[in-house]
Design a protein around this ligand. Structure first.
Ligand SMILES: Cc1cc2nc3c(=O)[nH]c(=O)nc-3n(C[C@H](O)[C@H](O)[C@H](O)COP(=O)(O)OP(=O)(O)OC[C@H]3O[C@@H](n4cnc5c(N)ncnc54)[C@H](O)[C@@H]3O)c2cc1C
Ligand code: SF4
Length: 535
């Protein structure tokens, strides 16, 4: 149970970041790991509460007090077993999760005093990789049944791993040149180096998952072929239709969706430091048939959207050498402290958080974040296009936004903001509809895949997980969805085995090489964590 009274003796020390000015000039991860004695002390602060609210706060239902205690007792190899019991990829959540568990920690009743759960999680998994404790776990036997998983983001990877460990043939289809989804092509290297993602991809392959990169399902292989070739299909295609800003001047050159910019930056870093893609990457910007290069170097950059995606644009623009960066947010600035009347403990507090990227921009004296701003139009230099096109953006026309929906512009507050590059990071609406329509899968009113029963769709043998099903969300939710979806697929396939296929497995025999593939709690926990949109 950690150290008796440990939280009274030891102060919280969160994850340190590298110096903001220094790190803003390279692409290496900015998180720093504390020495083992300090990590053990931090784990020892956990009180092993009778009702551990942190469990409920974590969408994966991670067994947090158990592994805090194991770290305190220096039993790291046991800690990774406990951690893997509920989480396939703790190195993703340990780096990228906003840690709703910490918001729900009983110690957080005194604000900013929670156990540093995420830091302990990351230390356990990084040590386990370093010690060689994480090895492929191929199944002990094959079921003879097959599953196509479409999309290799965190949801698709988690579903593929769970299903393969149960003994199914799993083919993971990915249209990009390498696996990982947004963890690979959205999130920058300074938040997670891609060798970390690739290491898990290689583990999946070693366990027998067949990875087919560069295959756009619906284009390169039809939905019909997929249904004919597999016993079940998992749709984990993410939520990729970006929210637009249809105001006058939107068609000017130099106004781009954030994801177009982030894909280019991540591909550039991959070209510089690797790892090499599985299949050839699309042509480099600037070459024949390639998309136009989007660069922030030497420009006044405006990022519209105050979330994670916007912050990652700011971080990249800074590293590219932008002249100035302004991040605009439509909503009012949140309060500095947890607003108890709106989001009391143990709920996710809607309060102000300085992003890593804005910390860097402020310290470099190059940027700022401005709240309650509505963009009413863009203007441009029409002489910059000789072909009669719309020309390049030179400025945004903005105004103070009303404090409540629909956050319209306040008359008399209009002003202009210079910009030669504008990045739209206002979130995502829903998954791309093409493949869903081809399969005949019903959608919910928001355009996401509609669940008939949890993780099932309106089409027999077709399942869905991750952002494609729940809408734009978080990595921790994507992993949870992949795991739970795999459980539903297995129930469906087990029914087929029992129905006389001769493939039945003895009831008392775990099929995975290590233990049952899914030892997690039954269904997602009743979490109180953030439905925080990432965009
Ligand atoms: C810039 C950015 C930063 C973020 N930062 C964080 C963060 O710090 N922390 C956090 O918790 N969350 C973050 N998120 C959110 C998080 O990345 C997503 O919630 C998560 O990746 C969703 O996982 P997924 O597997 O459902 O979908 P995705 O990661 O979107 O993966 C879907 C995959 O499906 C593939 N695909 C789609 N259609 C097809 C097809 N027809 N055929 C083959 N393949 C297909 C795509 O190429 C993609 O690889 C961020 C999101 C963005 C955009
Ligand atoms: S996955 Fe996220 S919510 Fe769960 S324990 Fe880790 S940091 Fe906390």
């Amino acid at each position: 149970m950690g150290k008796l009274g440990g939280f009274l003796e030891v102060e919280r020390h969160g994850i340190p970041y590298r110096d903001a000015v220094k790190r803003a000039h390279d692409y290496k991860e900015f998180l720093v790991q504390r020495p083992v004695p300090e990590l053990r002390e931090q784990g020892g602060r956990c009180m092993d509460c009778g009702v551990p609210f942190c469990h409920n706060g974590c969408p994966l239902g991670n067994l947090i007090p158990d592994w805090n205690d194991l770290v305190y007792r220096d039993r790291w190899s046991d800690a990774i077993v406990q951690l893997h019991a509920t989480n396939n990829f703790p190195e993703l959540t340990g780096r990228l999760c906003p840690a709703p568990c910490e918001a729900a920690c009983v110690l957080e009743i005194k604000e900013n005093d929670a156990v540093t759960i995420k830091q302990v999680e990351l230390a356990i998994v990084d040590r386990a990789w370093a010690e060689g404790w994480i090895v492929p776990q191929p199944p002990r036997r094959e079921t003879g049944q097959s599953v196509a998983v479409v999309g290799s983001g965190p949801a698709g990877m988690a579903a593929a791993q769970q299903l393969r460990r149960l003994g199914h043939r799993v083919v993971l289809f990915e249209r990009d040149e390498a696996a990982g989804g947004l963890a690979r092509f959205g999130v920058p290297d300074f938040k997670i180096e891609k060798r970390i993602v690739e290491r898990r991809v290689q583990q999946l392959i070693a366990e027998g998952v067949e990875l087919r990169c560069g295959v756009d399902v619906g284009q390169d292989i039809s939905a019909e072929e997929l249904r004919a070739g597999f016993d079940a299909i998992v749709l984990a295609t993410g939520s990729r239709v970006a929210r637009d800003l249809p105001v006058p001047g939107r068609d000017l050159d130099g106004i781009h969706f954030a994801m177009d910019y982030l894909y280019q930056r991540n591909r550039w870093v991959a070209g510089e430091v690797g790892p090499a893609p599985t299949v050839p990457a699309p042509p480099v910007p600037g070459s024949v048939d390639a998309p136009p290069e989007i660069s922030a170097a030497g420009k006044d950059v405006v990022v519209i959207g105050g979330g994670d995606t916007g912050a990652d644009c700011v971080g990249n623009a800074l590293r590219e050498g932008a002249s100035s960066i302004v991040q605009l947010e439509l909503l009012p600035e949140p309060p500095e402290h947890r607003p108890d009347e709106r989001t009391p403990w143990p709920q996710w507090p809607l309060k102000y958080r300085l992003s890593y990227a804005m910390e860097e921009a402020l310290q470099e004296g190059l940027g700022d974040q401005v709240y309650s701003i509505a963009t009413t139009s863009f203007s441009g230099d029409e002489t910059s296009r000789s072909d009669g096109g719309p020309g390049r953006v030179t400025a945004l026309h903005i105004a103070q936004a009303e404090p409540a929906p629909p956050f319209g512009p306040v008359a008399g507050t209009e002003r202009e903001l210079p910009a030669q590059l504008v990045l739209l990071a206002m979130g995502f609406l829903h998954p791309e509809p093409g493949l869903l329509d081809e399969l005949g899968v019903e959608k919910d009113p928001r355009g996401n895949v509609k669940s008939v029963k949890p993780y099932t769709t309106s089409v027999e043998s077709v399942f869905a997980a991750g952002d494609a099903r729940r809408g734009q969300s978080l990595i921790v939710w994507a992993i949870n969805e992949g795991r739970q979806c795999a459980r539903m697929v297995e129930r469906y396939l087990a029914g087929k085995r029992d129905a006389g296929s001769g493939l039945g497995l003895p009831e008392d025999q775990g099929v995975a090489g290590h233990a049952d593939a899914d030892e997690g709690p039954e269904g997602p926990p009743q979490h109180v964590g953030p439905g925080v949109p990432a965009g």
